[in-house]
Design a protein around this ligand. Structure first.
Ligand code: 13P
Length: 256
């Protein structure tokens, strides 16, 4: 069954204390609210706080994800973290292909594909990010842009891999800018992405795929975005840093 997913990407933020406060608040929220069974919540802290997250959330339904992993298995790759290490810690998800990694660390679609394969072979769920810059949208090139990103990454996976794939559409012009895609813009792109998966794989697999929206989501706009038929949840940046905002999104969007 297709899952509705709210995932928080902390990026390079938090201290041990603020991280714990957020995680504790989220665990307490889950203990005192009925979360619908098709709703999955994921928190993606920086590497040093992953164990803290796994421990603090162990009695809650919230899953823990990483923000990156290596495309290599192990060995002399100073500073890298393997997907097997993440799985070993109790991490279940990993965000790959985020626009910030593409921009600042020059990650290509082919590297994203290698990382995706490696992560899936370690049993991780991959949240694969795609999305266009403002200039591309202004030229009405967003569909072709996203299609090309998927062509060189997700569409080269096997259909058996799709059950471990979540797609996040994050238009770059909406990330951290306070400028959100309209619910209609998000829905149109998600419909297009699903249709492309149907064309490259099959319709039932495409129907099962969870496609998340990311870019300036907050409690005030989440319900309208996630009410769209093709928007299956969100990948939240800034508003995932406090339990108040993150649970505000969960609460408003998926009231028990
Ligand atoms: P913001 O919610 O801060 O715009 O970030 C979105 C994002 O990049 C999540 O991965």
């Amino acid at each position: 069954m297709k899952k509705r997913i709210i995932a928080g990407n902390w990026k390079m933020n938090q201290t041990k204390d603020t991280a714990y406060a957020m995680l504790r608040g989220l665990a307490d929220f889950c203990a005192s609210n009925d979360i619908p069974s098709d709703v999955e919540m994921v928190v993606c802290p920086p590497y040093p706080y992953l164990s803290l997250a796994v421990d603090t959330l162990k009695d809650s339904p919230v899953k823990v994800g990483a923000q990156n992993c290596s495309h290599e298995s192990n060995g002399a790759f100073t500073g890298e973290v393997s997907s097997a290490m993440l799985a070993d810690l109790g991490v279940s998800h990993v965000i790959l292909g985020h626009s910030e990694r593409r921009k600042y660390f020059k990650e290509s679609d082919s590297l994203v594909l290698k990382k995706t394969r490696k992560a899936m072979s370690a049993g991780l769920q991959v949240i694969l990010c795609v999305g266009e810059e403002l200039a591309v949208r202004e030229d009405e090139g967003q569909y072709l842009f996203v299609k090309n990103q998927l062509k060189d990454s997700a569409f080269l996976l096997s259909s058996a891999n799709l059950k471990n794939l979540i797609v996040a559409y994050e238009p770059i012009w909406a990330i951290g800018t306070g400028k959100t895609a309209t619910p209609e813009q998000a829905n149109e792109m998600h419909y297009y992405i699903r249709d492309q998966f149907a064309e490259n794989f099959d319709q039932p697999s495409a129907n099962e795929l969870s496609i998340l929206y990311g870019g300036s989501c907050k409690p005030a706009n989440a319900a309208d975005l996630f009410a769209q038929v093709n928007v299956d949840g969100g990948l939240i940046g800034g508003a995932s840093l406090t339990a108040e905002n993150f649970t505000g999104i969960i609460d408003k969007t998926f009231p028990a």
